[in-house]
Every structure is written in structure tokens, then in C-alpha cells.
Design a protein around this ligand. Sequence first.
Ligand code: NAD
Length: 500
Amino acid sequence: MIDLPDRIQHYIGGQSVDSIDGSTFDVLDPVTNQTYLTAAAGKQADIDAAVSAAQKAFTEGPWPRMLPRERSRILHRIADLVESRDQRLAELESYDSGLPITQALGQARRAAENFRFFADLVVAQRDDTYKVPGRQINYVNRKPIGVAGLITPWNTPFMLESWKLGPALATGNTVVLKPAEFTPLSASLWSGIFAEAGLPEGVFNLVNGLGEQAGDALVKHADVPLISFTGESSTGQLIFANAAPHLKGLSMELGGKSPAIVFADADLEAAINATIFGVFSLNGERCTAGSRILVERPIYDEFVERYAAQAKRVIVGHPNDPKTEVGALVHPEHFDKVMSYIEIGKSEGRLVAGGGRPDGFETGNFVAPTVFADVPSDARIFQEEIFGPVVAITPFDTEAEALELANGVKYGLAAYVWTNDLKRSHNFAQAIEAGMVWLNSNNVRDLRTPFGGVKASGLGHEGGYRSIDFYTDQQAVHINLGEVHNPVFGKPAGTDQQGS
Ligand code: NAD
């Protein structure tokens, strides 16, 4: 039995606190769907308190004024602490979210790497200076913006929080984090880690709570100039509208329905292994999941047969079992949503694997890896994000048709192309409407590259220096080195007219 808290508080100005009005919400574990803890439910007043603590730390505290190297040292200590607690983190994450323990461990390590990466980047940061010979030197004064509002989803929660916390803190901002209400457990570890690493009080603040209450209050807060949001596209649209009156800086990492395109010349074994992992890892609750597989006709039947056979062998099990490959979906509401898509799929495509609960799992949010073949492009399971272990396979005859199918959805997050034809791979990749493309590879991230989607999958990019740009203002400072170049208005009568 793992050691679990029975309640979770907010963390504001260096103190763990309950909600001002005492409200809480229940958190369920996805295996039994029983409430195992209550978390403080933040509202407007709690957000006000957290923003005020963050603002004080920004205007009066040392953090924004520290040398990048000093901040970087603290961020590296955070990474060390996360690494040293990776087993505990994985255990809590797996318990709370239903992610398989081995995959939760990988995500904990990636969280440490996110801090390390931005700790290094901010020290290596350089800014531009422009010389106009004999006349001007103009330079960029980069500065932190203020209180960053960070709103995160329940899939790989700790890792996704680190993806925002790392750059927001590295650049000298202070933050208010609003984690997802389905999975607040791992986020409760941040305060201890940050305090131990030496992060000054008030720099990091956390308010738990429902999206429509705590999240909404953060988005609408006049003293929060930045919102970095990851979640559903429809929530992103609402946040965009709510932030508009304040003209906030917004970074939106939204939903996806990413295609994997397998041409007949591809390494079939590698393509099958990667596309299985691409949609069934992290329980299929993955924004970049390759949830539509487009397969060239000559290999279509063989692909479907082998894919279905392999999907049936994927091990569904208790999240805490190291052998488990697919665990339990995060919450009964989400389970119901995924199951309803499986029912829809049964009339839209040909079910070749899964299709409901796996044998032996009569309770809990377990779903058998589910594969539909012959799915037409107007099917709902082709068009809509399911966010579970469900995949649609569709045949194509020509490259043009493959491209039309790949681009024929509202999303544009990721794409995976499998072919050994060099020219085709590049030309095809470049024509896909997706923020990120992998050629003959699964989703292997390089933290320096842009991360983000196009169309309904997002707005703006993070990753590498783009994250630094999002969390900073770049002020242009102009210095005159020569004569003052200025047309003189209002000269005394009789003197020469100056040029303009
Ligand atoms: P969600 O949109 O329901 O919630 C995300 C967060 O927003 C939660 O913290 C929630 O409380 C908060 N929220 C909800 N309503 C709000 C409001 N009105 N104002 C402010 N905050 C509000 O998303 P989810 O179900 O938690 O996460 C799954 C979604 O996230 C999927 O669509 C997935 O594709 C997407 N996602 C995208 C990426 C990416 O990088 N593009 C990464 C992970 C997940």
C-alpha cells in the first residue's frame, strides 16, 4: 500500500492553506473510482491571494533580479530533487492518473530534464544588438513579464506542469499554477521540492480547483498578463475569449487527431511497433497520439491483420504493475466518453480488436486497446479526439489522397510518416498541416525544437528559445551616437527650414 495524503491544500506565499471559504472537491482513484482524498477547491478569493503573493514576489523579491546563473543553480537543484524522487513521483502519478507505473517514471524523469534544459538555456541566452555605424546602437533588453498563470491538463500532469514551470521560472517570472482537478496529487509535491531547492517564497503559488472557478478566475485576473494553457481546444477557445478584454499573452497547446501515414515501402515491422506505441502508450491519453493510421492499399490488409493481432497482445493491467502497458483511464467521466466513442465506432468502421472492457476487468476505468479498420474520413471516430486507447485505420491509394485524408480534420498537432522514399518523405512532411512531423519515428522530442500545433491544435509555440520568448518582453533600447537626427519644428522665423 502506498503512502497517500488524505487532503491537499493550496500553496500561497510559501504557506500551505485551505480555501478561504473552506470548499473542497473529491479526488477519485481510477482503479476503484472511490474518493481517496479531498483537495481544496479554489475560487476567486484564493486566486486573488495567490496572484497577490506572486506579484509581491515579482515586484519586491529577488527572483526577477537574480543573475541567470543564480536562478539556473536553483533550477538544477529542482531537477536533482525531482530525479531523486522519481520513484515516489511515479507511484503517486500512477495512482492518481491510472498511468502505467513504468511510463509515469519516464514522465517524472522528463520533468527533471525540462528544468535542466531551461536552466542551461537561460544561462546561454544572448540577445541582439544592432549597430548603425556612426549613428546608433540599438539593443534588446529582455525582461520577465510578471505573474504567469499556468493551467494544465490531467494527462501526464507533473511533466506538463514542468514544461511550463521550467521556462516561466528560468526567465524570472513568478507563477500561479492551476493543475487539473482530476489529478492534483503529484502537483502537491512541487512546493516541498521548490522550498528545498531554495526558490524564494511567493515565486511559486498553486491553487487547486475546478476549471470554471479557479481556472476562470486566473484567466480573468487583471494582474496576470500571461496565460500558458494546455487542454482541450474548446476550453482554449473559451480562455481566448475571456483573456481578450485584458489582451493577455496566450500560449495554447490544444487537442489533436494526429495521423500516422504508412506507405507501402515502409519498414512494416518498425511502423507497426511505433504506431501501436503511438496510440496505446500513456493509455492513449496523449495529445500527440497517432490516433488515425492511413495505410497504402498494397499493404493494407497485412497491416490491419498484424496490427490487430499485436493490439490484442498489449497488456492491460493495474497501473502499479511494471508489466502493465495500458492502465486505467483517468476518471469515470472520461471512461464513459471513450466507451461512447467505441460504440459509435462499431457502426462507423470494422472492429478488429478490443471494443470494450478487457476480460477480467469488470470495474475501474479499464478499456481494451481498440482498433477499427476501414474507417471513412467523415466518421466521428476519424474526426474527433477520443483521447483513449482507440485507433482508426483507413486505406489510401495515392499520395494525394493520403495528404487529403491527413489534413482533412480540424486539428493539426503532430504527424508521423513512414516511407523509405527520401524525396517523398520530405515533400509529404512539409505539406502536412501539423505543427510537428516525425519521419520514420515515434514521438521523440528534441527540447530545442518548436512544440505546438496549427489549426484547432494550438496557438503559438513553446520549446527552446520560443518558450523564453513567450515568458519575456523584448524591449528595444535605442542609443544615439551621432548628431541628434531630428527635424526641428517651431524654428525662429528667418532661419532655414530643416528637412523632415
Ligand atoms: P480541459 O480543457 O478540460 O482542462 C485543462 C485545464 O483547464 C484543467 O486544469 C481545467 O481545470 C482547466 N479549465 C477548464 N475550464 C476552464 C476555464 N473555463 N477557464 C480556465 N481553465 C479551465 O482538458 P483536459 O481534459 O484536462 O486535458 C485533455 C486535453 O488536453 C486533450 O484535448 C489533449 O489533447 C489536450 N492536451 C494538449 C497538449 C498539447 O501540448 N497540445 C498536451 C496535453 C494535453
